[in-house]
Design a protein around this ligand. Structure first.
Ligand SMILES: [Zn+2]
Length: 112
């Protein structure tokens, strides 16, 4: 959610909720006796197709999900963005993520 808050100036409840949606599957996983390994791939809720039905209901929620993907692209095992075409995760260097976040913060700090 922190990345979502950094990437957008005006937050709505739908935007913030959308930034959490891709990780809803973590709740049942946390209740299991065997927890996922940090090296496990991200769940398939992290793909571009999931944005469409969410956007049909709320563009803000879909924008929050997209912001979530921005962070996940740079940390951990990457994101299966192109599923079902491929399960291969897409990753970007953490420095690229940092540049995007810092550039956004900088552009907001300047008077318009
Ligand atoms: Zn995630």
């Amino acid at each position: 959610m922190a990345t979502a808050m950094l990437l957008r100036e005006h937050w709505t409840p739908a935007y913030l909720a959308g930034s959490l949606l891709p990780d809803l599957d973590h709740i049942p996983l946390a209740l299991r006796l065997v927890h996922p390994d940090p090296g496990d791939p991200r769940p398939l809720t992290h793909n571009l197709l999931t944005l469409a039905p969410v956007a049909a209901g709320s563009r803000d929620a879909a924008a929050g999900m997209a912001a979530h993907f921005v962070r996940d692209l740079a940390v951990g095992t990457g994101v299966p963005l192109l599923w079902p075409l491929t399960r291969r995760p897409v990753r970007v260097p953490y420095a690229a993520y940092a540049v995007v976040v810092l550039a956004t913060a900088y552009s907001r700090s300047r008077p318009s």
